[in-house]
Ligand binder design. Structure first.
Ligand code: AQP
Length: 332
């Protein structure tokens, strides 16, 4: 079976609709046909200032949500990145074959560092895509399901894998991005040209998986729609309505043209009410399952330890080969 790997950051107390549609929902489908590795990337989360208690809580909440969304621990290897030390070891080695200019081209660093000022942003935030390359290459992943924002990082991963293979001998599988066009960028409800994001969206712009039905409904009803009253799919002219159509289509499986036809003459109000209902009915069972999983912390930690043991076995195999190729002495 082809291998798939992806990760999600424990940077908030809930995943949002963009994470769910752009990533996690695909992960669940892919576990049926792939040898699947999914991780909570806590090492990535500390690239920006992070409170330890928040990180600990959010890592468990993230893991619980992954299981609650449908990842099955007997079908997928679900683990926490920092439990497998090989991630940082390989990241260092890849750092040493990455050009400064190459790393400086990563646009996500430019976006995220703007918040802190480029000189006070951490070096870890700068090298974040290299750690991400290590995450993927350690597991010899064939496919990486992500949203469109990660395309550039995937290209860097492929470049680094190719460079290492070329210089030191064939070692890494070249991964392909797995991006579903329809949901590659779910946008902010208040700023429908920007991506919905844990760290940069305002609370009114973001639909959290663990949010209660009341606030979820309110946010959809207050989502920025565009002038006019027709429900039409037009990314340029009606980005807000188009985003809601994309969401409704993805959550119901109804093609967008069929939805557009359904709402002819209905106006934005009826349309938004339906979108709100489908969001609520998708998230409610996930929230309930997450709460149950979080109520038994010991069992959750046990599942994560078992996942880490499976992940470590694969990572260690890759690293034995990598160490030898680089020229490190055997014996430890
Ligand atoms: N708006 C989005 N639409 C589609 N996919 C999205 N993803 C994130 N936002 C959207 C995908 O979710 C996965 C996990 O994301 P992440 O937690 O690793 O970080 P991110 O991409 O940086 O997402 P956020 O919400 O913006 O988090 P913060 O604010 O913490 O950086 C990825 O596959 C991503 O593509």
């Amino acid at each position: 079976r082809p291998r798939v790997l992806s990760g999600i950051q424990p940077t908030a107390d809930s995943f949002h609709l963009g994470n769910y549609l752009g990533a996690v929902r695909q992960w669940v489908t892919l576990q049926e046909t792939h040898d699947a590795f999914y991780c909570v990337v806590d090492l990535h989360a500390i690239t920006v200032p992070t409170d330890p208690a928040d990180l600990r809580r959010r890592s468990r909440v993230a893991a619980a949500q992954l299981f609650a969304c449908g990842l099955d621990p007997s079908a997928s290897t679900v683990f926490v990145q920092s439990h497998v030390r090989e991630h940082t070891e390989l990241a260092w080695i890849l750092n040493c074959i990455t050009g400064m200019g190459e790393a400086a081209r990563m646009t996500q660093f430019k976006d995220k560092s703007a918040k802190y000022g480029e000189s006070s942003a951490s070096v870890g935030l700068f090298t974040y895509p290299i750690l991400q390359a290590a995450d993927i290459l350690l597991y010899q992943a064939n496919r990486v399901p992500v949203g469109a924002d990660q395309k550039q990082h995937l290209e860097l991963t492929r470049d680094l894998a190719q460079r290492f293979n070329h210089r030191l001998g064939d070692t890494f599988t070249l991964p392909e991005p797995y991006i579903l066009k329809e949901v590659e960028k779910i946008t902010d409800l208040q700023d429908p040209t920007a991506k919905m994001s844990k760290s940069s969206s305002s609370p009114a712009g973001i639909l959290d998986v663990l949010e209660q039905p009341g606030p979820l409904r309110k946010k959809v009803m207050r989502a920025v729609t565009d002038t006019g009253s027709e429900v039409l799919f037009d990314e340029e002219g009606k980005p807000g309505v188009s985003n809601l159509l994309r969401i409704q289509s993805a959550l119901t499986g109804t093609p967008i043209p069929e939805l557009v036809e359904r709402y002819v003459g209905a106006g934005y109000g009826t349309f938004k009410k339906d979108v709100a209902e489908v969001v609520v009915s998708t998230f409610e069972p996930i929230r309930e399952r997450t709460e149950k999983l979080l109520a038994d912390e010991a069992e959750l930690d046990r599942l994560l330890a078992a996942g880490a043991a499976k992940a470590r076995a694969v990572a260690q195999e890759t690293m034995t080969q990598v160490r030898d190729r680089v020229g490190f002495l055997p014996g430890v």
